[in-house]
Design a protein around this ligand. Structure first.
Ligand SMILES: [Fe+2]
Length: 241
């Protein structure tokens, strides 16, 4: 079974559409979204609608969390906070209701899906956990593999029963050892920060024991123009280049 995992779309509809096309061409049987579908980008409502229309299961990201409960806005820098307030003006009441009921994590196909850090943190980044802390997380984990977003970067963390090791998540197929445990940081569809501006997502092949990192070209110039046209800070347009 092939499961596509997407994350951090951030209102970038051009990137989301191209990634969904790519997923279709790869014949994935299920898609899970790790949150932050909104925030920074120009088409938050359109992205949420498309995710829901396609029946994609989604966990809560820190951007959704701050829209659901403004107390969480304190955790954002002033620019991101302003972008979120602006994002809220584009969202329908129905989308806000949907955001409020999002789960903190999903367990499916024997895997765990969470925005920040397992078992269920929306806001803690994977890089905040050192290998000692990660070892504790792996030992407490019920699932063999967990997928996270939030950093917009790529990382493969594995645990062989003795130590946790942070490794590169390479483009193409990354083999996973069936007896090991893993945390996969899947990168970002809509606002990559891994030094390559293509949209990123992964396909987990349960049977073949691989995690495939896919990089998808999209019209980032058009997204950048929409960010400015819709009144968002131009820093979020520049970040796409
Ligand atoms: Fe994000």
């Amino acid at each position: 079974m092939r499961i596509a995992v997407i994350s951090d779309i951030h209102g970038n509809l051009n990137a989301l559409r191209r990634v969904l096309d790519d997923i279709e061409s790869q014949r994935a049987e299920d898609i899970v979204c790790l949150g932050d579908t909104v925030g920074y980008g120009p088409e938050p409502e359109e992205c949420l609608s498309l995710v829901r229309e396609r029946g994609i299961s989604m966990v809560m990201g820190n951007h959704e969390q701050a829209l659901a409960d403004p107390a969480f806005l304190d955790g954002f820098n002033p620019h991101a906070r302003e972008a979120l307030r602006h994002t809220a003006t584009f969202l329908s009441a129905d989308s806000l209701d949907y955001i409020r009921q999002l789960p903190r994590f999903i367990v499916r196909h024997g895997a765990r899906f969470v925005h920040g850090l397992p078992p269920e943190s929306v806001g803690i980044y994977l890089f905040q956990a050192d290998t000692r802390k990660l070892r504790g997380i792996f030992e407490a984990a019920r699932e063999r593999i967990c997928f996270v977003g939030h950093t917009h970067e790529l990382l493969l963390v594995w645990y062989d029963g003795e130590r946790a090791t942070k490794d590169e998540l390479r483009p193409g197929l990354n083999p996973v050892v069936p007896s090991y445990r893993y945390i996969v940081n899947v990168g970002s569809v809509g606002q990559p920060r891994d030094g390559d501006n293509r949209a990123k997502y992964v396909i987990w092949n349960r049977k073949a024991h691989t995690v495939e990192l896919r990089r998808v070209e999209y019209d980032y110039k058009d997204t950048a123009a929409k960010i400015i046209a819709r009144g968002f800070d131009k820093r979020y347009a520049e970040r796409l280049y």
